[in-house]
Ligand binder design. Structure first.
Ligand SMILES: N[C@@H](CCC(=O)N[C@@H](CS)C(=O)NCC(=O)O)C(=O)O
Length: 221
């Protein structure tokens, strides 16, 4: 079985568990702790030169880092990675958007305002991240409007790995102080993903913990 190195609350690793669930691919989870220093461990750094999760380890020991590379690797040959060159280009375009404009500000807001609670919403960088995150979510909302009720982020007839990549940090945006209900097309799109067979919540079997802070989640152990 392939192994997924993750942390309990990593949104980037959630993307991989979500796609694996949707594709019915079994993964062995190796859940590391940043606090314990697991990501600086020399054994882990051999698998992940950048010292980050997620990492997918194949049966032969080869490892793949970067969530979007792992998603593409798992989706190849399935409807989640389209066949037409133009559709592939659109998927790559939205994956690039996720990495360059979407994930970082949303992840920083969630980390500092909700998980670590070590910053205030009025801090200069948090205000900047909020503006960047809202701008990215507006672009996503507008794209969903263009795609129509039955369309997906980058494709029309079947969702792609662009939907999977953009799902976790959009879903968790409220932890960074963003009200998703102010966006017309994001809530129905999130609900459509959540109704797909094989959907995986962040905390398996414990949907209520998806928005938990570190303290609340710690009590589940
Ligand atoms: N571009 C990377 C980002 C991965 C990433 O930011 N991982 C975080 C957890 S969500 C991490 O490992 N942080 C640990 C650290 O930076 O020390 C991806 O998409 O996989």
């Amino acid at each position: 079985m392939m192994k997924l190195y993750d942390t309990q609350r990593s949104g980037n690793a959630w993307k991989i568990r979500l796609l694996a669930g949707l594709l019915n691919i079994p993964l062995e989870r190796v859940t590391l702790s940043i606090k314990r220093g697991d990501l600086d461990d020399p054994e882990f750094l051999k698998r992940s030169p950048l010292g980050m999760v997620p990492i997918l380890e194949l049966k032969d020991g080869c490892t793949i880092g970067e969530s979007i590379a792992i998603l593409q690797f798992l989706a190849l040959g399935t409807p989640w990675w389209p066949v037409a060159a133009l559709d592939q280009a659109y998927v790559l375009m939205w994956l690039s958007f996720e990495q360059s404009q979407h994930m970082h500000p949303l992840a920083q807001l969630r980390l500092h305002l909700s998980l670590r609670r070590d910053r205030g919403a009025g801090d200069e960088d948090m205000v900047r991240f909020k503006a960047e995150a809202e701008h990215a979510l507006h672009l996503l909302d507008e794209q969903l409007a263009r795609q129509g009720r039955s369309g997906w982020i980058a494709t029309q007839t079947h969702p792609s790995i662009a939907d999977v990549a953009l799902y976790p940090y959009t879903r968790l945006a409220s932890m960074g102080g963003i009200d998703l209900e102010t966006f017309q097309n994001l809530p129905p799109w999130l609900a459509r993903i959540e109704s797909l067979p094989g959907y995986q919540p962040l905390f398996s079997g414990r949907y209520d913990l998806n928005f938990a802070t570190i303290e609340m989640a710690g009590k589940t152990k």
